[in-house]
Write a protein that binds this ligand. Structure first.
Ligand code: NAD
Length: 291
């Protein structure tokens, strides 16, 4: 089984690297944080003290890092030219489309196949190996990346050329942010109009207002399936991460002159909610601002 370098073993990367070990890969792990490295060692990874040593001689490199600037620095300084040129490179971080395309083009110029492969699904899905990957890259790169990603996820979808994975991710999350706020508004209006919220859920989840934020991730405690709302809005998908994705979407929209009024308003509302100190709460907690 092949050797994979895994860079960035935080909330998401820690579980993903562990799943590659479980699938029989030898995993070379690196993170700047000591506690992340010791957790990786407990999960069967071999730990390294820098990126260059971790990527030497590997068959693949997977990165799961906080943002585009860090991704660019790690690839330009320590992966490209240091990993073997026949290694497949997979960046699973959520970053801006332009940086994803730039890094991939720089890698291709040095003979590497690279994909952007951001994920949908949170920490539980990373630990459980049930992420959805949306992948940007050539047919050949996708064919090489797919078997590796399949060990960490339940679905691996080829979105198109380089950057298409990131484009799909931010379009999806822009839709999610706006639909969550619309769902919250509908529940709060229903409450003020004297409707029983469970009854409204029963009706709307079978009517044309039905959407994922309502039926799978209901922002109202005690209504619908078990969600972060039932746990004081702890866990789940943090407001700060939703805001990060909405900002990436706004940046991308500006770059192609796309009109996104609902996404824009969602970004403003999540910014205000985060500024008020709620960045660590699940994103469905934005319903509190409408009560
Ligand atoms: P995290 O902050 O928990 O993990 C990032 C890790 O990268 C940290 O352990 C950090 O020490 C490490 N790191 C930073 N700079 C580094 C460097 N130069 N070299 C090596 N390691 C470095 O973040 P996370 O929640 O795991 O998210 C990772 C990515 O996944 C982000 O792009 C995020 O937007 C995306 N994402 C997160 C979620 C989620 O629910 N947490 C869901 C979907 C996508």
């Amino acid at each position: 089984m092949s050797t994979i370098a895994f860079i960035g073993l935080g909330n998401m990367g820690g579980g993903m690297a562990a799943n590659l070990v479980k699938a029989g890969h030898s995993v070379n792990a690196f993170d700047l944080v000591e506690s992340a490295l010791s957790r990786a060692a407990e999960n069967g990874c071999k730990t390294f003290s820098n990126v260059r040593e971790a990527v030497a001689g590997v068959d693949a490199v997977v990165t799961m890092l906080p943002n585009g600037k860090i991704v660019e620095t790690v690839y330009e300084n320590d992966v490209i030219g240091h990993a073997p040129s026949n290694a497949i490179l997979l960046d699973c971080s959520t970053i801006d489309v332009a940086t994803a395309r730039k890094v991939s083009a720089d890698a291709a110029a040095k003979g590497y196949d690279m994909v952007d492969a951001p994920v949908s699904g949170g920490i539980a899905a990373a630990n459980g190996g049930t992420l959805t990957f949306m992948v940007g890259g050539t047919e050949k790169s996708f064919a090489r990346a797919e078997p590796i990603l399949a060990k960490m996820g339940k679905a691996v979808i080829h979105a198109g050329e380089s950057g298409a994975g990131q484009a799909a991710k931010i379009c999806n999350n822009m839709l999610l942010g706006a639909s969550m706020i619309a769902t919250c508004e509908a529940f709060e209006l229903a409450r003020k109009l004297g409707l029983d919220l469970q009854t409204f859920f029963d009706i709307s989840s079978k009517a044309s207002g039905q959407n994922w934020s309502m039926t799978s991730y209901c922002p109202v405690p005690g209504v619908g399936p078990q969600t972060p709302a039932d746990n004081g809005y702890q866990g789940g998908f943090a407001t700060a991460l939703m805001l990060k994705d909405l900002k990436l979407a706004m940046e991308a929209a500006q770059s192609v002159d796309a009109d996104v009024p609902m996404g824009h308003r969602a970004a403003e509302l999540y910014q205000a909610f985060a500024d008020a100190g709620s960045g660590g709460l699940d994103f469905s907690a934005i319903i509190k601002t409408l009560e």
